[in-house]
Write a protein that binds this ligand. Structure first.
Ligand SMILES: [Fe+2]
Length: 461
């Protein structure tokens, strides 16, 4: 496959290409200053890209259209081969280039100075037979991701972070269910198009995206699409999720850092294969994550402040389904690994903020102890799974020693922004939580891993 891709690249030159507009074009922010433009096209060849008005050339082939063999390990009773009937093309953003165009259209350019970040997570429309859970994908109120993307794009971010769980349409919509009737399902491009590329179009056009991998993008679920469309490294058969024999590589992408400011960087961690119970050294994931957390510790040496991002939270408040009660919502699998290295605060000392999704709500939790500020950003489209309290009683702990100091939460759909605030001492941030229509509802001042949040408005029920 790699050889075929190289061959196709070698014969693709812009001058010989028809100008067929690709279906979707977006920019993925990768490690360091690297960014990559991706184009998905039904044409036989990749579109042309040009940088700063210079002569155009063909984008490279990342993954050819294909229908890989059925993996056979789907957790859902209905399964089918994933059809990827688009050519995935890519072009690395050249150092110093300020403007890129694909097939004559501007593409989102990386910003050297990040001032505003949009934060979204858990966005797809849930269709899951094993839980008899079928969200009304055809209803823009009951599945509001398109509205979220439109409202977030209007805020003109410099960067978008998706904290994982993009693809949710795993099972066919039951006969007679008008809410999801005619929805595509399974792990092929049609479901990715419906869950991400179509509804997110305005936000994909607004800025480069950092993608964090969720459990929905693990190899036994939507991992094949993750590697074709989203992953930051070059596509390779052994990192494609096509063959379960290679899952022990493909399910554990190495952590990487993305600089935000002179003193702050993001660290992206792939927790897609963690489990809800504590792990031991006998678990493959335990050894992998232990090693990767040592890499994270090294990455934290690059900048004084580090925002750690994993889809699964370690410190969170989770709803008890359909009731206004809560339980600690940290992932016990990750806790068991991280606590082995960092028993006091779970994270290396350079991590001041931890950002996550997985729990379908918004939370900003600041601790009296040394634990980093914990943000949960999983309320951007997929079905809300219950309510959490707006206020916590004093003395609540979410993990041994992690006593909550300041707490803000929303159980309804929305999204958030992080705005950079330069001070004499360094960089602070303003976190704002919005309704799906972009009404600011909660504001938090973040400084050195602590937050203070205040309510701005209440929407009518
Ligand atoms: Fe999740």
């Amino acid at each position: 496959m790699v050889g075929a891709a190289a061959l196709i690249h070698s014969v693709c030159f812009a001058q010989s290409l028809p100008e067929v507009a690709p279906e979707f074009v977006f920019t993925v922010q990768a490690e360091g200053q690297n960014a990559v433009v991706r184009a998905l096209t039904r044409a036989a060849t990749c579109p042309a890209v040009s940088w700063d008005g210079q002569a155009s050339r063909s984008m490279d082939v990342r993954a050819v259209a294909a229908t890989p063999a059925l993996r056979g390990d789907s957790a859902q009773k209905d399964s089918k081969q994933a059809v990827f009937d688009v050519l995935t093309c890519e072009a690395r953003w050249p150092n110093g280039a300020r403007r890129g165009r694909v097939a004559g259209q501007d593409v989102p350019a990386p910003h050297a100075q990040i001032k505003r970040i949009v934060l979204i997570g858990d966005t797809g429309c849930r269709m899951k037979a094993s839980e008899n859970a079928f969200q009304a994908c055809n209803d823009s109120v009951k599945w509001p991701f398109a509205q979220v993307a439109q409202s977030a794009a209007a805020l003109q971010p410099d960067l978008v972070i998706h904290v994982g769980d993009i693809h949710y349409r795993e099972s066919p919509c039951p006969a007679g269910n008008a809410g999801c009737a005619n929805s595509p399902w399974g792990y092929g491009f049609d479901a990715w198009q419906a869950d991400l590329f179509e509804p997110a179009k305005p936000l994909l056009a607004a800025a480069p995206w950092v993608f964090v991998r969720g459990n929905h993008e693990s190899c036994s679920r939507a991992g094949q699409g993750w590697f074709r469309f989203i992953d930051t490294q070059r596509w390779h058969e052994e990192r494609s999720c096509n063959d379960p024999a290679f899952d022990n590589q493909a399910d554990y992408s190495a952590p990487y850092a993305v600089p935000l400011t002179v003193d702050t960087e993001l660290i992206v961690f792939d927790s897609s294969r963690t489990q809800g119970k504590p792990m031991t050294f006998k678990d493959v994931s335990y050894g992998k994550y232990l090693q990767q957390m040592k890499q994270v510790a090294q990455l934290t040496q690059l900048k004084p402040e580090n925002f750690f991002m994993s889809h699964h939270p370690l410190l969170a408040v989770a709803p008890v389904k359909d009731m206004n009660r809560f339980k600690p919502g940290g992932n016990e699998g990750l806790q068991s690994v991280f606590s082995a290295l960092y028993p006091e605060r779970l994270f290396p000392s350079g991590v001041s903020v931890a950002m996550h999704g997985h729990v379908h709500l918004f939370e900003a939790i600041s601790f009296k102890s040394a634990h980093p500020l914990s943000l949960v950003l999983g309320n951007s489209g997929s079905a809300i799974e219950g309510l959490v309290p707006e206020v916590l009683a004093p003395g609540v702990t979410l993990y041994p020693g992690a006593e909550v100091d300041d707490y803000a939460a929303r159980s309804e759909y929305g999204f958030a922004t992080l705005d950079r605030v330069d001070t004499k001492l360094g960089t602070d941030w303003k976190l704002t939580e919005y309704s799906i229509h972009g009404v600011p509802l909660i504001e938090c001042v973040i400084s050195r891993g602590k937050s203070r949040c205040s309510k701005l408005a209440t929407l009518p029920k």
